[in-house]
Design a protein. Structure first.
Length: 235
């Protein structure tokens, strides 16, 4: 019995090592990997979209608790500003060969969510540890109404102009990553957020001078790679 008590006391004594229990606040810099387009059109051709300068800036606030020194759980809420810049090319069959229309479209918006993660870590000493996390959550995304201006690039091509509106979606998200912990209170994370839920949009577009039908599109939100910093307030 004495041995069991000593083991329990020893395990509990380790709970004061790196990043044990407390409220944390942090910031993220992310790169959304999404090459899909919210546009749908009756133009007879193929649409190719390249994402460039995609960026997300976010904040996290939550609480974490280690039941043992090496395994724990955390819950948090998050909010992110989103900016996506897409270069869109529509290739259409022409009289002799293919003709194209090109344009750049910018999407600005935000997402908010709540997550629960399982935490694992190993303390190398009392000022440095390495670990990992895996978890799931729920998220809502919304983008501002976006102007579309895809210009005909050559004779015979047809352009698109108008607006996309009601761009939003929500669903489950999953995240996984690694974590470095310094001097007990400072945490650096590199992770991946998988967001397989759909974002929907409504279009109000003209194809050349002809009004397009009001199409509804559905695009998967995609994946974000993020680098984050957390500060832990020990309790």
């Amino acid at each position: 019995m004495k041995k069991l008590i000593l083991i329990v006391v020893f395990v509990l004594s380790l709970s004061n090592l790196n990043a044990s229990n407390g409220i944390f606040i942090g910031a993220d810099l992310g790169i959304p990997l999404n090459n899909q387009e919210f546009i749908k059109t009756s133009i007879n051709g193929t649409m190719d979209t390249k994402s460039k300068n995609n960026l997300s800036l976010g904040l996290k606030l939550g609480y974490q608790h280690y039941f043992l020194n090496y395994i724990g759980i955390r819950g948090y809420v998050s909010g992110n500003y989103l900016n996506m810049d897409k270069e869109t090319t529509i290739t259409q069959p022409g009289g002799i060969g293919n003709v194209v229309s090109k344009g750049n479209t910018k999407y600005n918006g935000y997402n908010i969510g709540a997550n629960i993660d399982m935490l694992l870590k190993y303390d190398f000493n009392d000022i440095f540890a390495l670990g990992g996390f895996i978890g799931l959550g729920y998220e809502y995304s919304k983008f501002n109404d976006t102007n579309i201006n895809i210009i005909a690039d050559g004779s015979g091509a047809v352009g698109l102009a108008g607006k996309l509106k009601n761009i939003n979606g929500n669903g489950l998200i999953y995240n996984i990553g690694i974590q470095a912990i310094f001097i007990q209170n400072h945490q650096i994370e590199l992770g991946v957020k998988l967001a397989p839920y759909n974002i929907k949009a409504e279009s109000d577009l003209k194809k050349g001078l002809q009004q397009e039908p009001n199409y509804h599109t559905k695009v998967q939100s995609g994946t974000t790679i993020f680098l984050g910093y957390r500060y832990l307030f020990n309790v």
